[in-house]
Design a protein around this ligand. Sequence first.
Ligand code: TRP
Ligand code: SF4
Length: 398
Amino acid sequence: MVNRVLSGMRPTGRLHLGHYHGVLKNWLELQNKYDSYFFIADWHAFTTHYADSIDLESNITDMVVDWLAVGINPNTSTIFVQSKVPEHAELHLLLSMITPLSWLGRVPSYKDQQEKLKTKDLNTYGFLGYPLLQSADILIYKAGLVPVGNDQVAHIELTREVARRFNYVYGREADFEEKAEMAIAKMEKKQAKSYKVLRKAYQEKGDTEALVRAQALLKEQKNITLGDRERLFGYVEGVGRIILPEPESLLTKAPKMPGLDGQKMSKSYDNTISLRDTAHEIEAKIKHMPTDPARIKLTDVGDPKKCPVWQFHKVYSDEQTCDWVKNGCMYAKMGCIECKRPVIRGIQVELLPIQERIAEYHADQSHIKQIIYDGSQRARNVAKETMTEVREAMGINY
Ligand code: TRP
Ligand code: SF4
């Protein structure tokens, strides 16, 4: 079993260099190692933008075009749209039945965002449920790893708690122990014995290493069914059958890409360079960037550490150029416009091939629609399987 990775983005705006360096490059690596699912969280867009008229359809296709243009591979990764897999909504509803309100109210983003987006009324049922919908997105694919930024870690934590509660409440079949013992009997003798030893070590001594080893052992088992595997996962932990496994967050390192003003690059700070900005727009934006305020005249010495342009050099320039910047700035040997030139060039060179591919994909909208359709079909097949198990566990299989 290859571990499954899942992550999503809301289609609320253009992708920029912050997304590219902070998120997409990470996805590019993950897609070669894991069974990867990348999706557009269009329903999530309504949790905050319910009253704004945004052209979701073009935002979604543009986003997929940009993903493909940076190298997300639709043949190996599953690219889909949340609303094309309505099972997410069904799981969200069912999970809402067991989720205490207090768990949702204490997710930090709930209050933070209400503070930040004061012009909007976010006292809605949907907004409170935002992280639970996210939990459904993750659990419905039984994803093991969820690459996210720091601000989302609490959502993954909630997902783990909800999964644990679900398994606890609905994983307790009447004949659970008997079924688990029967499943052990189906394993190869030696493996079955190790499983028992490891289970005992975990249950009696809380040996977490044994737990991890037991889980690894189960993942390798080929001659047991999925249902039995879930039972045996739960049997080690002593919780009942694990129907919805707990995911882990894969923390994306601090964003390498600062914004034009030195803060984090983000649409809400209006400090972005879009993946689709023209060479001319890139040049104009960098030329307008603030620099070390101490450098008013050419003869004023400066300090790169106090300048957001330096942050860009660290992403785009080689060592030699960085030395040239430090020297030129600290000894007032060059002007800021000159210093900015290699950055302008660096971004233009990086984005040129991406923009060529964007143009190609953009010209073939039916191809994009097909990719979304195929990916969503694929995702839906997995989601349907999980929902069959969920309904069965809850006794809604009549
Ligand atoms: N909340 C995420 C964000 O704003 C988007 C998202 C929705 C997501 N569902 C998800 C991310 C599931 C990872 C997994 O970035
Ligand atoms: Fe910034 Fe470069 Fe100007 Fe120094 S010379 S202040 S690093 S732009």
